[in-house]
Ligand binder design. Structure first.
Ligand SMILES: C[S@@+](CC[C@H](N)C(=O)[O-])C[C@H]1O[C@@H](n2cnc3c(N)ncnc32)[C@H](O)[C@@H]1O
Length: 272
């Protein structure tokens, strides 16, 4: 394990040291690296269900969709923001809610970074291992990160969670959070097929909290044209999949192509 990664024991908070195929703390709590290479640092008391986070089907659909490159401009903008604002040219980044690892792998390559990918869904982390073996992949929760305080230069939260206190704890001074959240027009054409009425809903990033200053918050919009199979993958990777009625799903099955709006906010916060 790369020595820039400073882990703490999820049970007692003491530093974890890599010891061959496991990590151990001074209290002798030990955690084995899985065969695929990830560490499971999510104690049962931090799990809110048997299989927390996205399901395997959602994660597989996400991988099929993301690998087509439709959201590549988003990853590139986040990489650019990190290169511009992170307080180091070779930052240590934790990507929180990394899913199956698409953005984590892109950020490691494009930011000359050392990366930690963290997700509460074990299936996601397991899949992510195949993307890049030099990334440290962890099953853990964003609300209690198994990372030492002030050990990171950047945190990314791509369509995932914003935990200001915990992100402030693990970042060094002037460290940054790069966060992507959906805007009100995101995938609106898809929602119009799924629901009888789509209520216009203002969506803005959550307040950034006392520990951070906002460096930028850009509203972005572009359009993508999807063929049917990519449309099915997109539907499956979102919670809309569980809400769609059968006749609407059939309608979507018959749709050969659809033009969609991608609308999001990219916000960069700096720890004071
Ligand atoms: C919408 S997905 C985004 C995944 C990835 N960032 C991407 O854009 O492809 C949100 C991710 O957050 C994860 N997640 C949900 N709750 C979490 C928590 N408490 N801690 C860490 N990850 C969590 C889910 O398992 C899921 O993979």
């Amino acid at each position: 394990m790369n020595s820039v990664f400073q882990l703490v024991c999820p049970l007692c908070g003491a530093p974890l040291a890599a010891d061959g195929k496991q990590c151990v703390c001074p209290q002798k709590h030990s955690f084995d690296f899985a065969r695929q290479g990830y560490l499971h640092l999510l104690p049962v008391q931090q799990k809110h269900s048997l299989h927390p986070g996205d399901t395997k089907e959602m994660l597989m659909a996400r991988r099929r969709f993301l690998d087509k490159g439709y959201y590549e401009p988003i990853g590139q903008q986040v990489a650019d923001a990190i290169c511009r604002y992170a307080p180091s040219k070779a930052p240590v980044i934790a990507d929180i809610g990394c899913g199956e690892g698409y953005y984590t792998a892109m950020l490691r390559q494009r930011c000359h970074a050392s990366c930690i990918g963290i997700d509460i869904a074990k299936d996601g982390v397991r899949m992510a291992c195949s993307r890049d073996k030099s990334i440290l992949w962890l099953v853990a929760t964003a609300s209690s990160l198994p990372l030492q305080s002030a050990s990171l230069q950047a945190v990314t939260a791509m369509f995932s969670l914003f935990q200001p206190e915990e992100y402030a704890r693990v970042l060094q001074q002037n460290g940054i959070v790069a966060e992507v959240t959906v805007g009100s027009r995101h995938l609106t054409e898809l929602k119009e097929i799924i629901y009888d009425t789509v209520f216009p809903q203002e969506k803005h990033p959550a307040p950034c909290g006392e520990a951070f200053r906002e460096l930028q918050c850009q509203e972005q919009e572009y359009h993508i044209s999807l063929l049917n199979q990519d449309l099915q993958s997109l539907l499956m990777m979102t919670p809309h999949f569980w809400r769609i009625r059968q006749e609407r799903r059939e309608e979507l099955m018959q749709t050969t192509a659809l033009e969609l709006t991608v609308h999001y906010y990219l916000r960069v916060l700096q720890k004071k």
